[in-house]
Design a protein around this ligand. Structure first.
Ligand code: PPE
Length: 312
């Protein structure tokens, strides 16, 4: 029998500092530095079922981003690129998933008191679980209803947006809770200048008159790997992409808007602040990019960008 946590099937084993431990034994002390001060860096990766067996999408790029996140926070990661990529592959195989979500996390552990993180030991874990549609079962086809958040994304020189740190997700939680409380699926945050930034857990794209716009790195966004995949697929398809400041009102007059993320994949947005976007359903460019994305992740097209890592 597969193990379930809140209706989600989880991998029986968790990788911890080079060892495999049962899911229920992967526990930490309440006085661990991370619990009090948010000192974690993590990744979210998807493994897809393909004709040639399970394959992990852009594994190397995710591990590189994790190591960069650690580097920004002066956290020496005890495990290198080779070891972490191998650990992710081995874990998916050992847990017997054909498709799953992979969550590597590095954090400051137990054994010191106070803010200074340097004396705390660094712990690394990797967990796996089966994750379905992030923004709801119908989201990929029907699109989602979202709002512009009253919460602003991280100001420059406060929390580094390029690092995927647990602490950044306190801001994401404010955005998400406000959206849900007001009857929306997700919130779009603006940056401190009032330009569009990103969703609580997704990057955003706006299609207008055949051009694709997405906020630039300096709009306090996470440099999304799905975002990068979509920009690459646009270039393959000859669709121009503009990475410049996106005014809030461009969202409302857009022909199409969609979110991208490992969990959200490519999710169309059908309304923002109850204003209908385009025809109020998935638009043609979104659909084309969605198909191209799933063809790439599920290995249905030739892997010209070398994005897939076979698990077997
Ligand atoms: N912005 C944010 C804030 C973010 O959390 C994500 C991923 C992205 C952009 C897209 O990044 P990428 O996955 O590299 O394309 N959010 C992850 C975590 C979601 C969660 O609820 O946990 C994810 O999609 O895996």
């Amino acid at each position: 029998m597969a193990k379930e946590v809140g209706n989600v099937e989880v991998g029986k084993l968790i990788w911890h500092n080079g060892e495999l431990v049962p899911w229920e034994d992967a526990n930490i002390h309440v006085m661990s530095h991370v619990v009090h001060y948010g000192s974690s860096l993590f990744e979210g990766i998807r493994c897809y079922e393909t004709e040639r067996g399970p394959a992990i999408f852009r594994l190397g790029d995710h591990v590189k981003r994790l190591l960069n996140s650690c580097h920004i926070y002066r956290m020496p990661c005890p495990y290198d690129y080779e070891l972490l990529t191998a650990a992710c592959r081995d874990l998916v195989r050992t847990n017997g998933f054909s498709a799953c979500y992979i969550r590597p996390i590095a954090f400051r552990g137990y054994g010191t008191f106070g803010v200074n993180p340097f004396p705390a030991p660094v712990e690394v874990y990797i967990a796996t679980w089966a994750w379905g549609q992030y923004l709801g079962d119908e989201a990929l086809e029907q699109g989602v209803d979202v709002c512009v958040s009253s919460w602003t994304r991280l100001a420059p020189n406060t929390f580094p947006a390029m690092a995927k740190s647990g602490a950044n997700y306190m801001n994401s939680q404010l955005i998400k809770m406000e959206a849900i409380t007001n009857g929306y699926v997700e919130g779009i945050a603006l940056d401190v200048q009032g330009y569009v930034s990103e969703g609580s857990g997704e990057n955003i794209f706006v299609v207008k008159d055949g051009l694709v716009h997405t906020p630039p790195l300096h709009a306090s966004i996470l440099p999304g790997i799905t975002r990068d995949s979509i920009i690459t697929l646009c270039s393959d398809l000859g669709i121009p992409v503009i990475q410049k400041g996106v005014p809030r009102e461009l969202l409302y007059v857009a022909d199409e808007v969609f979110f991208t993320g490992t969990a959200a994949e490519v999710t169309p947005v059908r309304s923002i602040d109850r204003i209908q976007i385009g025809k109020g359903r998935r638009g043609p460019i979104t659909e084309r990019l969605q198909n191209a994305y799933f063809d790439a992740t599920k290995g249905r097209t030739e892997d010209t960008h070398r994005w897939l890592t076979a698990v077997e």
